[in-house]
Design a protein around this ligand. Sequence first.
Ligand code: PMP
Length: 405
Amino acid sequence: MSLSQLARSIVESPTVSLNEEARLLRERGEPVIHLGIGEPKNKTPFQAILAGAARLTSGDVKYTPVEGTPSLRKAIIRYTEENYDRLVAPENVIVTIGAKNAIWMVLFTLLNPGDEVIILAPYWVSYPEMVRMCQGVPVIVTPEDGTFVPRFEEIERAVSSSTKAIIVNSPNNPSGAIYPPELIAQLVDFCERRGIYYIADDIYHKLVFDGKRAVPAYSFTQKDVNASHIIVINGVAKLYGMTGFRIGWAVASREIIEIMRRVQSQTVTTPAAILQAAAEGALNGMQSVVEALRLHVQNNRDVLLQELKTFQDVRCIRPEGTFYALPDFRAYSQDSMALARFLLQKALVVTVPGREFGMEGHLRISYAGETKDVVEGIARIRWALDPTSPNEIYIGDRRMVRDWL
Ligand code: PMP
């Protein structure tokens, strides 16, 4: 019997498949440098460890309320007040299994078959697939001027009578761009007037550089959260480096959260109790961990840009946040998948092909890890691509021979 056509049509997340290839190489003892992965290398914040451990050692690890523990939701309400200047009620908050599942549940809650969702390129790989899984139609808007920030008019042109929502991810994975406040203001105003849901994926919102700020969408509406079309997604994965804890959340109108709650109750029941306790520990703990991470990745961004300058033909728009950059490698190859595979096999460096983010010819480079890896990784890429570099080099005691792309 044939399996679901829709399910079979979903492609695997390319970051996951490249990570797998890199893992296998590492297992064989190859000195792989990972500039592909989207997670900081910091240790879990101390207060998160303590809170998670306390819950575990209490031996009282049961189902929690579907929408998350009252105390974690209280911490999220406080976070929303402090960072978004918005007072929300407990019924405006749901805790989810990572921000990823929050986005999926929001889309499942909003979309009827055929509803369109506007996605701004370059975009996070999972958005179009999630929209399709919820029987919606992704509508991609690509900036025509070669930047990573679409103009309002370009977005407006993509809106139709079937447009249900727009996903806005700023600071942006994969480009590191922060959308200007004027654009956010125009979009919020447009969405509120037209009844289009504005999904703010704010997972990187504090990882911003050079004194810049990712101005929250809430700043541009007077509407109460229950009347507003803004839905805010966030989580502990990126800011606290707690990717493995899988705790995210959504803040939205009571009506949306109630439907999400029912969906969650019939699917995952609730995120794990221990992990919710740990997330609460992170939110209530010392926030200097976020600032330390921000400073680390900002420094790595500077190092990366410096290293990339040594390539004559690689253009890189300066990232303003996150821990990604999306340099343009079209001078070397138009096929970013072939280029990423070549770099993994020949230089043992993991990058992610821009094609997956709607930007063919680019490579996403993550600088979330150690500074020395950024330097070494880019040096290897230069060696592999520059025709004037020596034919062979040693990485440790591993002899690497140059090959042509
Ligand atoms: N949104 C964006 C833009 C992301 O990059 C990621 C993680 N790579 C997520 C959401 C998902 O976050 P989580 O790990 O909390 O599910």
